[in-house]
Design a protein around this ligand. Structure first.
Ligand code: G3I
Ligand code: 9MR
Ligand code: ZN
Length: 545
């Protein structure tokens, strides 16, 4: 079918503006709300590529900068409505942040703020410490991870990190209000984003044992059926501690301490105390403590092959906040181990330069962010800067290989491919701060365009944002709440050539990577949502120029 693929939400006035057509139209026009032609241009034939499965024609209308609401047309084909203007992403930004509120676990949702998406308190019972004969522990609160009701420490820490690094790099994001209950602090009220993040930080504190180590996750033994969270009454288990979770928590508590100190001194001190407690445990336990699911349990595993990247991140974050040389030394040591490991690794969790990885699996890049923020010219910081800039150049080069200017290759389309993209967009954003480059900026816009509809699925991967936004996330409450529309602002995992669930396997195996997607509630490997797929988008939107 003849289609015009494009960002269905909007473009900032000064940014590059492109649409992709899958049919040979020479001319295109952009019409405004009154049907008047605002811009006319000629397409450029790009042709076929490795990822989209389309013969592509590119329509560039960068010149159009006047604020308004438009459609792009070619022949008798009409594209979706989109906006141009400085405010075009305001709703999107509020929506993507508010989703963390809807994902809150415990007794924190209020009708006043959650409206029809309100649900009763959930997962309020104490959790059994798996395999140990000790008293059950109160670990209520935090955010549900995703479409399931598990709460996982490494995933939570990384989502919080994306949000807090956004605050550090782009403090204006704290002006964003998204209608959640405000928390009191020394300064009166916490900004919305910090109030929301505190919910997860408070929970993560409960996940820390007295000896400083951190339980890897709290979940029921197996995933709940498709029921509302308050109906999920099965026993909760705290599964064993890992050095992965402990290091991530040391890193993120130190980072948070540096931010909350401006709002609530006592809370910031407590965070730092806990960060140090976790770090002491890591020192006393230099051998990695990885994580595997208990026999027969099927909730999220978040397995990692080593803990060097986590320890590197912790060391960098503590160095950033304390300036103590011992952390710098530790960071050097962990980086050397990580690089040596990756030379011989058979199971790599990342696709790009390991020192720029920003996910739950590999988080060396998060350590890099701390160093970049500290702005010293020591060897580690120089290396981090260089890694980010070189990786950004690699990404720009990738974009030249397809009609969508998308910085991804076929192998990037794994489970949660939209996060692979968002992590790349974070790298481009940071690289652009180090070495301003229009090519980096254009690649970020192309990534955002892809996410918001400029893809060969012709879908916006953010609910409630875009004429053809996906509607059927693999998300338990949405699936069973009898409400037509899902919460707005959820980011889908997106296309995945691995097709790792039954419904996904109805898609032909040799399909183009971009087309390995279905907007179907059953497709957990293609269409789930998670806190750490929303959080990098918050970072990217905070940094967008
Ligand atoms: O790293 C390898 C790479 O080397 C290889 O080339 C590629 C192709 O097979 O796979 C990469 O590994 C992937 C891994 O994620 C790393 O991102 C696996 O295929 C993929 O199966 C794995 O998916 C993870 C999935 O759980 C299954 O373990 C997702 O990243 C992760 O986000 C997801 O997390 C789940 C939680 O367990 C439970 N809660 C929901 C959440 C989202 O679906
Ligand atoms: O709903 C679960 C989703 O959150 C996870 O990402 C996914 C992989 O762990 O598992 C989903 O649960 C499925 C379970 O693993 C197997 N039975 C079907 C469940 C979904 O309906
Ligand atoms: Zn809950």
């Amino acid at each position: 079918m003849n289609k015009i693929f494009m960002n269905q939400v909007g473009y900032l006035p000064g940014s590059v503006k492109r649409a992709v057509l899958n049919f040979p139209a020479e001319d295109f026009r952009v019409v405004d709300e009154n049907g008047d032609t605002a811009y006319e241009g000629k397409t450029r034939h790009f042709g076929n590529d490795d990822i989209s499965g389309e013969d592509t024609y590119v329509a560039d209308f960068t010149i159009l900068s006047e604020a308004g609401s438009y459609r792009l047309e070619a022949g008798d084909v009409k594209g979706p409505e989109f906006k141009v203007g400085y405010a075009c992403f305001d709703k999107l930004k509020r929506d993507i942040c508010k989703c963390f509120y809807y994902l809150r676990c415990g007794d924190a949702l209020a009708r006043r703020y959650a409206g029809e998406y309100y649900h009763e308190p959930c997962h309020m019972s104490k959790a059994t410490v798996y395999g140990e004969d000790v008293e059950p522990v109160d670990v209520t609160g935090g955010w549900h991870d995703a479409g399931d009701y598990g709460r996982y420490s490494t995933a939570g820490a990384v989502a919080v990190a994306h949000l807090l690094y956004a605050v550090r790099f782009f403090p204006n994001i704290l002006d964003l209000e998204f209608d959640i209950p405000k928390e009191k602090c020394d300064n009166g009220q916490l900004p919305d984003l910090l109030a929301e993040v505190k919910v997860e930080l408070d929970f993560l504190m409960k996940m820390q044992r007295e000896n400083g180590s951190v339980w890897h996750k709290v979940t029921t033994f197996n995933h709940a059926d498709f029921i509302m969270p308050e109906d999920d009454k099965n026993e909760l288990f705290l599964f064993p501690v890992s050095s992965l979770a402990t290091a991530d928590i040391a890193a993120v508590f130190a980072l948070a301490s540096g931010i909350y100190k401006d709002y609530d001194k006592a809370y910031a001190d407590k965070l730092m105390e806990r960060a140090l407690l976790a770090y002491d445990w890591l020192r006393e336990n230099p051998k990695e403590v990885l994580f595997r699911n208990a026999e027969g349990s099927n909730t999220g595993e978040y397995p990692e092959a080593e803990d060097y990247s986590n320890r590197y991140w912790a060391a960098c974050s503590l160095y950033e906040t304390t300036s103590e040389g011992c952390y710098y030394q530790d960071a050097m040591e962990q980086k050397a181990k990580l690089e040596a490991f990756n030379k011989v690794a058979t199971m790599k969790l990342y696709q790009g330069d390991v020192m720029t990885c920003l996910g739950w699996g590999d988080d060396g890049g998060l350590g890099g962010l701390s160093l970049i923020l500290k702005k010293e010219d020591n060897a580690l910081t120089l290396a981090a800067r260089e890694s980010f800039v070189n990786e950004a150049k690699r990404l720009v080069a990738n974009g030249e290989k397809n009609g969508f200017n998308l910085c991804m290759e076929r192998k990037d389309f794994i489970w949660g491919s939209n996060m692979e993209l968002l992590k790349y967009m974070m790298v481009l954003t940071v690289a652009n701060l180090i070495n301003k480059d229009e090519a980096f900026e254009d690649a970020i816009v192309a990534g955002l365009d892809y996410l918001l509809g400029c893809n060969s699925m012709d879908v916006s991967y953010v609910t409630g944002n875009g004429e053809k936004a996906f509607k059927n996330p693999h998300l338990r409450p949405t699936a069973v709440d009898d409400i037509e529309e899902p919460w707005p602002g959820l980011v889908s995992g997106g296309p995945n050539i691995g097709l790792q669930d039954e419904k996904a396997q109805t898609i032909p195996k040799d399909s183009a990577a971009m087309k390995c997607y279905l907007d179907d509630v059953a497709c957990y490997s293609l269409n789930e949502i998670t806190i750490y797929w929303n959080s990098p988008l918050v970072f990217v939107m905070a940094g967008l120029k």
